[in-house]
Structures are given as structure tokens and as C-alpha cells.
Ligand binder design. Structure first.
Ligand code: ATP
Length: 215
């Protein structure tokens, strides 16, 4: 089954002259790691924003074509329906972390969706185990390395339990050791059934991908 299907997708940001995306068609299989590769400025982040619904909800513009998540048109889904399906992690982890402790950071998303405390506790224990950071629960995210911060950013998105994880150049701010840890975590998540989309141009990072899509 396709986790994502894009049909004839075009997009122009409000105020810009040209289409950034032009008639894109692609399919992303459930349970696979798919790398999206293309030259700088070709619209990879824009494509990710369409897949997670930030376009056109947060970034207005002229959108045509279709994005389907597990067969359902994203334009027919509201935010509460999108969040459990797709989550996105960005390049710079420090822009995504704002709580005084890792525990607060991980609880923030599900608390806002009114997930009950017991369930939040269960997810948090599982997440900290996945990223091997059980001992950091009460640490301040600002005191962590770039790699550790990115793991916390991944975990905080996964606390919402999305089926699809979009990683937009998430290795850019991490050193080599950190990248190896993040790659292992992504492979582990794939084994657990997640569909992972990674935008990256480093060949060493995309070696974990099952498929590479050039845009
Ligand atoms: N919010 C926005 N409003 C207007 N134009 C934008 C906006 N965001 C991006 N763009 C433009 O859209 C084009 C594609 O940008 P995008 O970030 O999607 O490309 P990218 O392939 O991810 O680039 P990179 O590899 O450098 O991160 C660029 O010309 C960029 O300036």
C-alpha cells in the first residue's frame, strides 16, 4: 500500500512569480525509507510541507493536484486527522525544542491533544528507550549535543504516534557520531512499521533508504 501518493502536484507561494513544484507525481510505499534528493532550491522542503499539510494551511499559495495519505485526500482531512498520520522534523533541532526539561518537551504535543496522562507516560518511556536517552528525562534540552537534540525532536514528534515521519535535512546540524545514532533510530522505527521520508543530499545518510526519488 502507498503511504503517500502525489498526483500532478503544482504549487506557487503567495507573492512569488513561478511555480516551485510543477506537475509532481510520486508514490511512497508504506513501511519503507524513501529519500528525496534534488538540487538546492528545487522545492524539496516545499514538497514535504505539502505532504504534511503545512501547505496550504500555514504557507498560503496556489496549489493544484492531489496529496493522498493512505488513500485519503489530505485536503479532506482536518488538523486533528492529519497529526496521527504524518509528523515532520526540521533541520535545526533547537528551533523545535522549547521546554525546560525533556520530559516536558515530550509531553507537550500529546497533552495539547488531550491524550491521558497514563498513555503519555507509556509513550514517553517507550520513546526514551528507542533513542537510548532514559537517563536524560529531567535534563534541559539546551544542554544536549546537536545529535541528542535532534533525537529529542524526533521523539517529540513520535509522541504523537504518526504513521509517516518526514525528516527534512535533519542531519545537517549533527556530527558524524550523532548521524550514526539517528540513522540507527530511523532503521529501528522502520522495523516497527513507520514510513520514513528523508530529504538529504549526503550519500552516507541516504544509504539507509530503500528508495531514492530525484525531484
Ligand atoms: N515561505 C516561502 N515563501 C516564498 N518562497 C519560498 C518560501 N519557502 C521557500 N520558498 C522558495 O521556494 C523555492 C524552493 O525552496 P525549498 O526550501 O522548498 O527548496 P529545497 O529544495 O528544500 O532547498 P534546500 O535544499 O536549499 O533546502 C526557493 O526558491 C525558495 O526561496
Amino acid at each position: 500500500m502507498n503511504a503517500v501518493e502525489i498526483r500532478d502536484l503544482s504549487f506557487k507561494y503567495k507573492g512569488s512569480k513561478e511555480n516551485i513544484l510543477k506537475n509532481i507525481n510520486l508514490e511512497i510505499k508504506k513501511g519503507e525509507i524513501t529519500a528525496i534528493v534534488g538540487k538546492s532550491g528545487c522545492g524539496k522542503s516545499t514538497l514535504c510541507r505539502c505532504i504534511c499539510g503545512l501547505i496550504p494551511r500555514v504557507y498560503p499559495g496556489k496549489l493544484s493536484g492531489d496529496v493522498l495519505l493512505f488513500g485519503e485526500h489530505i485536503k479532506d482531512m482536518n488538523l486533528a486527522q492529519i497529526v496521527p498520520v504524518v509528523g515532520m522534523i526540521f533541520q535545526n533541532p533547537s528551533t523545535q525544542l522549547f521546554s525546560p526539561t525533556i520530559e516536558d518537551e515530550l509531553a507537550f504535543g500529546p497533552e495539547n491533544l488531550c491524550v491521558d496522562r497514563e498513555e503519555i507516560g507509556k509513550r514517553m518511556n517507550a520513546m526514551l528507550e528507542v533513542i537510548h536517552m532514559e537517563d536524560y528525562r529531567y535534563e534541559n534540552p539546551n544542554h544536549l549535543s546537536g545529535g541528542q537534540q535532534q533525537l529529542i525532536a524526533i521523539a517529540s514528534v513520535l509522541m504523537l504516534n504518526p504513521k509517516i515521519l518526514i525528516c527534512d535535512e535533519i542531519m545537517s546540524w549533527i556530527d558524524e557520531d550523532g548521524r550514526d545514532v539517528v540513522k540507527k533510530v530511523l532503521l529501528k522505527l522502520k522495523r516497527e512499521g513507520k514510513t520514513i521520508i528523508m530529504v538529504d543530499h549526503n550519500t552516507e545518510n541516504i544509504e539507509i533508504a530503500d528508495k531514492i526519488i530525484y525531484v
